[in-house]
Design a protein around this ligand. Structure first.
Ligand code: NAD
Ligand code: UD1
Length: 337
């Protein structure tokens, strides 16, 4: 029996495919490479000794999906495919609704047709909107501050409705906090197109000399040192959370939202300092104005992931920084070497 992994060539998808193979599952990747490279498939094979089956195409294309479900014995689906840049979603909301929302509808229609009832969805901490209190628990109120976040919230709502209509489904809504790090082989990692929006890829590109200086967005938040605090999680821990989610879906029915984070918050300056220590590279920075839409502090209560899935993050910030740097150092231009 196989697991369809949409977006399996992307940052989180590729690490999840590795962990699925390590756990004895048979992942089948569907990806259109709109934000990834086919080289990833070679790298996964190098790490695991197994080449995952690949279908190149668009998840919005029902004929493409139907072909996969006809050829492969798909038992469950992990749906990563989608766009994820908050700023871009504000400029091109339709593009985000089309790719994120429509792809999920089409995928669920094909799942229904083929009787596939186990569905793991990539949600995000962004569904908590601007939190009033931290740590964030799954039962807290949901909202969104941008079109990207709205696509995640609408899809979560849709999946809750789908479960209400069919109680034999197993649906897992995984709310990721801030994934960073890379596989420790240095063969797969995060490879953002253009100038990175997120903190860690920006820092590693400053350290490698592709960018001159980091801009720190605000140092007047009510936090430990005035800079924004986030719950960074090693992408390999996150990937292992998906293996646990699939194991849960194999044994249970239900629709559950689960936070995947460490429960620890680190400020931007704490991350800069940890990274400098881990890499031995200086990261010069300037304090800039706050970035629109940013919150002061955001970290999760990971209790539910432990009690429901038996999962908790293993890696700390030092390992996250070491592995992020190892990936960047070995692949100064990402997959485009
Ligand atoms: P990514 O861009 O690296 O991976 C997404 C993959 O999906 C890419 O390989 C891309 O080519 C593919 N894809 C996009 N649209 C497609 C389509 N229509 N058909 C087929 N393939 C398509 O992103 P990621 O960081 O690995 O994120 C994966 C998922 O997790 C996304 O849904 C994202 O919103 C969610 N998420 C990511 C983060 C994060 O910080 N990276 C945080 C929270 C949630
Ligand atoms: C952002 C998105 C979030 C998305 C997540 C993963 C916004 C407002 N939020 O989260 O919806 O789920 O990415 O893709 O875009 N920082 C700097 N300088 C930089 C970059 C970041 O100081 O060049 C700071 C930010 O202000 C923040 C922290 O670093 O305090 C983390 O930022 P980032 O990596 O972009 O993640 P989030 O903003 O938490």
């Amino acid at each position: 029996m196989s697991i369809l992994v949409t977006g399996g060539a992307g940052f989180i998808g590729s690490h999840t495919v590795v962990e699925l193979i390590n756990a004895g599952f048979e992942p089948v990747i569907a990806d259109n490479f709109s934000n990834s490279s086919p080289v990833v498939i070679d790298r996964i094979e190098k790490i695991t000794g197994k080449r995952p089956t690949l279908y190149t195409g668009d998840v919005r294309d029902v004929a493409f999906l139907t072909d996969i479900f006809e050829k492969e014995n798909i038992e469950s689906v992990i749906h990563f495919a989608g766009y994820k840049a908050v700023g871009e979603s504000c400029e091109k909301p339709l593009m985000y609704f089309d790719n994120n929302f429509i792809s999920t509808i089409k995928l669920l229609e094909v799942c229904e047709k083929f009787g596939v009832k186990k569905f793991v969805f990539s949600s995000s901490a962004t569904v908590y909107g601007i939190p009033e209190t931290v740590p964030l628990e799954e039962g807290m109120p949901l909202s969104c501050t941008n079109p990207y976040g709205r696509t995640k919230l609408v899809i979560e709502d849709m999946l809750r409705d789908i479960y209400k209509a069919d109680n034999s489904m197993s649906i897992m809504l995984l709310r990721y906090f801030n994934p960073i790090g890379a596989h420790e082989s240095g063969l797969i990692g995060e490879d953002p197109a253009g100038i990175p929006n997120n903190l860690l890829p920006y820092i590693t590109q400053v350290a490698i000399g592709r960018l001159a200086r980091l801009g720190v967005f605000g140092n007047d938040y009510p936090t430990v040192d005035g800079t924004g605090v986030r719950d960074y999680i090693h992408v390999v821990d996150l990937a292992k959370g998906h293996v646990k989610a699939i194991e849960w879906a194999d044994k249970n029915t239900g629709c559950e939202a689960v936070n995947l984070g460490t429960g620890n918050g680190y400020s931007v300056l704490q991350i800069v300092s940890s990274f400098e220590k881990a890499s031995g590279m200086p990261v010069p920075y300037d304090i800039k104005p706050r970035r629109d839409g940013d919150v002061a502090e955001n970290f999760c209560d990971p209790t539910k992931a432990k009690s429901l899935l038996g999962w908790q993050a293993e890696y700390g910030i030092e390992k996250m920084c070491i592995d992020s740097w190892n990936w960047q150092k070995n692949n100064p231009n990402g997959y485009n070497n």
